[in-house]
Design a protein around this ligand. Structure first.
Ligand code: ADP
Ligand code: MG
Length: 269
């Protein structure tokens, strides 16, 4: 027969409390319990204040664990944030628009973001920065390249896991597809990409970056119908950010590159 609570000794009560915390897997509160009880005594805390302090420790630890799990899942390739982006180096980029995107309002109506421009202008950097903001705000984010996505889908189809693969790409609140157009997609790649875009359409946001101008999508993806259908879904609700300034990667080499080009041109003509 269990002892009525009123007759329970303090020592027994303490050990029960520890057992409850452990049973509920509140491990950080479990570890902090002696410290919080000491503080409660020495600082004369009310019962409410002591309980709040104990549970706050557990909540903070849970938040940190979830953030770390979201970060791991997101596979962001760099630790970039928006404050790393030098807007003065890329005056063509509408800073107001980017800052508005960073509020993540676009996730609420499942809008998409398209970064279009040549290599080195900061498309990946801005995508990663928006992804990081979304991870920090508690959203599930996944970063991939178009080639990787196509390869994953292709492998899944061969192994009979197509549905699981589609479910995976439908899951994240924000999917970032980088480098569309850099490598030619394999035969079934364009159609896999279309299916991913299509199932996310009006449900959750996708950020896509590409070096292929929208007018050239049809020829770049081989299949004009698929390209048109994909653009239709993507652009229905989207912010299109065209970046056509100089390559940031090559900014220190620009003079050198210009000389090289002039040299080549001189030789050709
Ligand atoms: P893209 O994806 O357009 O090829 P990236 O985003 O990979 O370009 O940028 C290339 C490199 O230049 C990265 O190291 C990035 O951090 C840097 N970079 C590009 N644009 C900027 C910018 N406006 N401010 C600071 N760094 C930049
Ligand atoms: Mg890039």
């Amino acid at each position: 027969m269990s002892t009525p609570p009123t007759q329970m000794s303090e020592a027994r009560r303490y050990s029960q409390l520890r057992a409850h915390l452990s049973y509920l897997k509140l491990n950080d509160a479990f570890d902090a319990l002696p410290r919080v009880l000491d503080q409660a005594r020495s600082e004369n805390l009310s019962m409410t204040a002591a309980l709040e302090r104990l549970l706050e420790i557990e909540v903070e630890a849970t938040e940190a664990r979830r953030l770390a799990a979201r970060e791991r899942f997101a596979c962001l390739p760099e630790p970039w944030t928006l404050s790393d982006f030098d807007f003065s180096a890329q005056p063509g980029v509408d800073e107001k628009l980017i800052r508005d995107l960073a509020t993540l309002r676009f996730l609420d109506d499942a809008s998409n973001v398209l970064f279009v421009g040549p290599p080195g202008v900061g498309k990946t950097m801005l995508s990663v920065a928006l992804g990081r903001a979304a991870v920090d705000a508690g959203h599930r984010v996944y970063f991939t390249t178009a080639a990787e996505l196509a390869a994953k889908c292709h492998k899944a189809a061969l192994e009979g896991r197509w549905k699981t693969c589609m479910r995976f790409f439908a899951g994240p609140r924000l999917l970032i597809i980088d480098e569309l157009g850099y490598l030619p997609l394999p035969e079934d790649g364009a159609s896999a990409l279309f299916q991913v875009i299509n199932q996310r359409y009006l449900k959750s946001s996708t950020i896509l970056s590409t070096n292929v101008g929208i007018a050239d999508w049809a020829s770049a993806f081989g299949d004009a119908t698929v390209a048109a259908a994909m653009l239709d879904r993507l652009l229905h609700r989207a912010a299109v950010v065209g970046i056509d300034g100089p390559s940031y990667r090559l900014r220190h080499h620009q003079g050198h590159a210009d000389n090289l080009r002039q040299g080549v041109n001189a030789r050709v003509s």
